[in-house]
Ligand binder design. Structure first.
Ligand code: IPD
Ligand code: CA
Ligand code: CA
Length: 263
């Protein structure tokens, strides 16, 4: 796995350097209402894909920006799961919270992950069973157990409606948390839970490429993750609650599920 991790790190840094270079001349367009994409998303993915598939032609590849994600030859087999730019809206507006996210999936779970933040030059890495790291330093989730001491983040879909369950959950959680954030990069939110900078994070409208790598970091750093309904986390339909401790997870679970009739 070490050799695979090195290749993955190289691909993530390559994608990150393309994002930095292309930020000087961004031309965004909407691929769906309020859902932006740029030439940099596409260029980053192209470079990452070439790097990974040249080194490991036997692994499958799923990237957010493929025009039509190809059918998985073997749903249980090794597959790269790539978001070449997570946080595109931040990127377009010059807000420094975006990254490249790459995971290697096997038997429906992430077994290796790399997230690279090219602004802060932070490289998050994990291999299943071997811990999570930032620039080589081990990560651990915080020890916070009470929501009123917790800094928590949430994600919304691009076209979120005022009366949606996402907003109902957010409003319900607001008075219970020490503070609540919507930072704009699902992958980095999970990195920050793993690093103890956030104590909790939930999302119900993200895709597997947003969270495959980050989820592994949280698990490897000692965090607690479940599906929003309380069932085990499922990478194919990532609607989840991630928290630093089981007790905090339980409290967040109750507040979020009390807000909607059907989780
Ligand atoms: C988005 C970000 C955002 C989340 C959205 C994602 P993108 O990814 O992760 O935090 O709320 O659901 O689509 O479009 O910037 O790659
Ligand atoms: Ca994304
Ligand atoms: Ca993206």
């Amino acid at each position: 796995m070490l050799e695979i991790l090195k290749t993955c790190e190289k691909a993530a840094r390559l994608g990150g350097s393309i994002l930095l270079e292309m930020q000087k001349s961004i031309k965004p367009r909407e691929k769906a209402p309020r859902d932006l994409v740029t030439e940099a998303d596409l260029a980053s993915q192209k470079a990452i894909q070439a790097c990974l598939t040249t080194a490991y032609p036997e692994f499958q590849f799923l990237g957010e920006e493929e025009p039509e994600p190809s059918e998985r030859r073997d749903p249980q087999g090794y597959c790269w799961v790539v978001d070449p730019l997570d946080g595109t809206t931040n990127y377009v507006h010059g807000l420094d919270n975006y990254c490249v996210s790459i995971a290697l999936e096997h038997e429906n779970r992430p077994v290796l992950g790399v997230v690279y933040d090219p602004i802060r030059k932070e490289l998050f890495t994990a291999v299943e069973g071997e811990g999570a790291f930032r620039n080589g330093c081990p990560l651990a989730t915080s020890v916070i157990t009470e929501l009123n001491s917790a800094l928590v983040a949430a994600s919304f879909s691009a076209n979120v409606e005022a009366d949606s369950p996402e907003i109902k959950r957010f409003v319900a959680a607001l008075p219970h948390c020490q503070a609540l954030r919507r930072l704009g990069s699902a992958a980095l939110n999970l990195c920050y839970v793993a690093a103890g900078q956030l104590d909790g994070y939930w999302a119900t409208s993200v895709k597997k490429w947003d969270v495959a790598a980050g989820m592994l970091f949280v698990q490897e750093a000692g965090g607690t993750v479940s599906d929003i309904s309380g069932a085990p986390f499922c990478l194919e339909e990532p609607r989840f609650i991630a928290a630093s401790t089981p007790k905090l997870h339980q409290e967040l679970f109750q507040v979020l599920n009390g807000a909607v009739s059907n989780p």
